[in-house]
Design a binder for this molecule. Structure first.
Ligand SMILES: Nc1ncnc2c1ncn2[C@@H]1O[C@H](COP(=O)(O)OP(=O)(O)OP(=O)(O)O)[C@@H](O)[C@H]1O
Ligand SMILES: [Mg+2]
Length: 479
């Protein structure tokens, strides 16, 4: 686990007390700044960044300890406060906690007790942030096991995920919309040694530049209109964990420069801040755009592209691995079936074929959405061709992809199209022959070995019971 040393401000008018606290907290690995009265503390809280403030209650001057607590909660609500007093009464304790202090320490104190209370307070802060993130994560599905796919292309992706998870290298995940880029990013994080630390997502295309900058790097109070308190940026929140920069191609030019800098040197300043913050964050970026092209068009910084593209993972579009469709369909059927209280749903072979031959321009997301609708609307326990037909209309009525009359301006994937047609005809020949391969081969004017080669290629199994039918090898060469 990555240990994150904290930055602590000690506020006390007694020099001896400041020195003792600095020494024991310093020994515990924290970096300590001190203030001799409330006034000095307020100045520091406004200009610097602290994880924790320990303040004495009674101090000379106009600004007392309670004012310090109030100011911290007002200016830097992410900072934890501990109150230190020789006059601890129940009332004092209640007031301090009401104002937002985490706990009250009494003087004289035991050194170990101070270190322990500081640790508890910092852990509590981290837990709050992590619980918030966890709640968000639980809404999304977080584990590697949610990635479904047995095709060669997906298996290669899984191998890459496992390998890259061990490292802290920057990863660039590319692929069309809906191919599972975010799922891959989560899988890397949750299989990495960082899994106990936060996985933080930011969509680089969702906010205007100034807001995105503040979201990523945080800000100090008053650094721009609306900056009413100091705020941690997502780089700080993700410390020790992973920051997922989604839609990276949409990052505005100013943000691209700043990201480049953090990737070169993992430190930055909050907006309006003077203090440099060092972080240990693994970056995973994702895009559905062709970044190479964006670089060529001058829309994306070439230097940032190279910094991000350390380990590229490219997700194939669903139409290039239709052999994964039955498994994916079954996976979504289980997920949505459970939610809709419709367990044990099955898909009729004709319906499955139609699903397999659909183009899925929206990739796995489109398949997922279609199955959600189908599960909600299907009248019986078996999903029929009728149930799916309206969502996969573009395919021919038999289910095979249609050969287009002409080549569209954006071009077409000839291999994928021919494979789709070939696969559909193989399945139909087997259906017509009742699963008897020799008969299916005769229908397609192939020898049995050549038929078997094609069935293996597309992972087609003859229907149950039929595969036991005798078949003779004619001894001819296959393909
Ligand atoms: N291999 C897969 N196995 C199971 N579910 C998947 C798989 N790939 C994608 N999904 C599901 O499809 C949906 C879309 O995936 P995700 O959000 O990761 O796509 P994306 O590539 O980030 O898309 P976009 O570019 O539009 O943001 C999600 O609900 C995800 O759970
Ligand atoms: Mg996405």
């Amino acid at each position: 686990m990555v240990v994150v040393p904290a930055r602590v401000l000690v506020v006390d008018d007694e020099r001896g007390m400041r020195e003792v606290l600095s020494t024991i907290l310093g020994r515990a690995g924290h970096s300590v700044v001190t203030a001799a009265d409330g006034q000095e503390a307020l100045q520091l809280i406004g200009s610097d960044i602290f994880d924790l403030v320990i303040t004495d209650l009674k101090m000379p001057g106009r600004v007392g300890g309670m004012d310090v607590v109030r100011a911290v909660k007002d200016i830097a609500p992410d900072t934890v406060v501990l109150v230190l007093t020789a006059y601890a009464t129940l009332e004092v304790g209640i007031e301090a906690v009401k104002l937002g202090a985490y706990d009250v320490l009494t003087k004289p104190f035991n050194n170990d007790q101070v270190v322990l209370t500081v640790k508890k307070a910092l852990d509590a802060k981290r837990l709050t942030v992590e619980n918030l993130l966890l709640k968000r994560e639980l809404k999304g599905q977080a584990s590697f096991e949610n990635l479904v796919g047995t095709s060669e292309g997906m298996q290669k992706v899984f191998t890459l995920i496992r390998r890259v998870a061990e490292t802290s290298s920057t990863v660039l995940v590319c692929g069309e919309s809906g191919t599972g880029k975010e799922l891959v990013a989560r899988a890397i994080h949750y299989n990495s040694p960082r899994r106990e630390r936060p996985f933080v997502t930011v969509n680089c295309g969702a906010l205007p530049e100034p807001l995105l900058e503040s979201e990523l790097f945080g800000h100090m109070r008053g650094s721009f209109t609306g900056a009413v308190s100091n705020k941690e940026g997502l780089f700080e929140v993700a410390n020790g964990g992973t920051l997922f920069l989604d839609e990276i191609a949409e990052a505005p030019p100013g943000i691209q420069v700043k990201l480049l800098r953090v990737l070169q040197e993992p430190e930055f300043r909050r907006i309006g801040g003077t203090h440099t913050i060092k972080v240990d964050v693994r970056i995973i970026a994702a895009t559905n755009k062709d970044l190479n092209k964006a670089v060529a068009q001058g829309l994306f910084r070439e230097d940032l592209y190279y910094r991000l593209n350390v380990i590229p993972i490219t997700l194939p579009p669903l139409r290039s691995h239709p052999d994964d469709i039955p498994l994916l369909a079954q996976h979504f059927l289980t997920v949505f079936g459970q939610k809709a209280n419709k367990p044990a749903l099955t898909v009729a072979p004709t319906a499955m074929r139609a699903l397999q031959q659909h183009e899925w321009r929206g990739n796995v997301r489109e398949l997922e959405n279609v199955l959600e609708r189908v599960v909600a609307l299907a009248p019986g326990p078996e999903i029929t061709l009728d149930d799916v037909a309206q969502w996969v209309r573009e395919s021919s009525p038999n289910g095979e992809p249609k050969a287009p009359a002409d080549i569209p301006p954006e071009g077409l994937d000839l291999e994928c199209l021919i494979n789709g047609i070939e696969r559909g005809l193989l399945v139909r020949a087997l259906e017509r022959s009742g699963g008897v391969k020799k008969e299916a081969a005769r229908l397609l004017k192939l020898n049995t070995r050549s038929l078997r080669y094609r069935l293996d290629k597309y992972d087609i199994e003859p229907a149950d019971g039929a595969s036991a039918a005798p078949e003779e090898d004619e001894g001819e060469e296959g393909d």
